[in-house]
Ligand binder design. Sequence first.
Ligand code: SF4
Length: 212
Amino acid sequence: MTEPERLFESLLASERTVIGQIEIRRSDLAFALSHRDDVGRRDLRDYAAEEAIEIAKFDDVGNYRPLKTAPNLRHGWRILVPDLATIISVIDAIYPGRLAVWRVWRSGQLLPTPWRQTLARQSGIYRVAAKISDAQTDDLIGDFCRSDGGCLRTILWKRDDSGASPSTRLSLEKFDPAHDQTGGGRTAIPLLCQEACNLLIAAARKVVKGES
Ligand code: SF4
């Protein structure tokens, strides 16, 4: 068993585990993965593990999901898998990179990158995004990253080297890996955000350019 599988197995000791909007249920012969809201439904369509990447592409009404950790994972699917390695591959397909970051964070070796540092690294048309003010940053991140309608990740990065919060408009829970960002109040494996994503940088550029 690989190190990720061992770590994951310790969490799957309970009958049910959640990560983001995915619930994993254990039975004698298999694990069942589905949307958290769908537990108990009997009309779910079965998919193969290899189809998980397609499940993650579109929301319930067929809109493309550019941000895979947005709280709009589609409903109505179930994936039965026989082992931990396949569970990990399904989660990696739906929430790319999140298990790897979580593992590094658990080892104490994750180094989040402050907002201003990520902005300073940008080149080409995104270089201008670094001109965003702190007040604009406060509003942008408070809206773009919010868990209810924005993104389910837990923010680990700061605004700058002073250690200031990225946005005073977000509750302290948004920065707490122990908090279930779906609002479900469960003990969940957190989807961690170690640095501002490309979509947020693109949104910052629009703010600076006066396009939003
Ligand atoms: S910066 Fe992080 S928390 Fe904000 S939207 Fe992007 S991935 Fe989500």
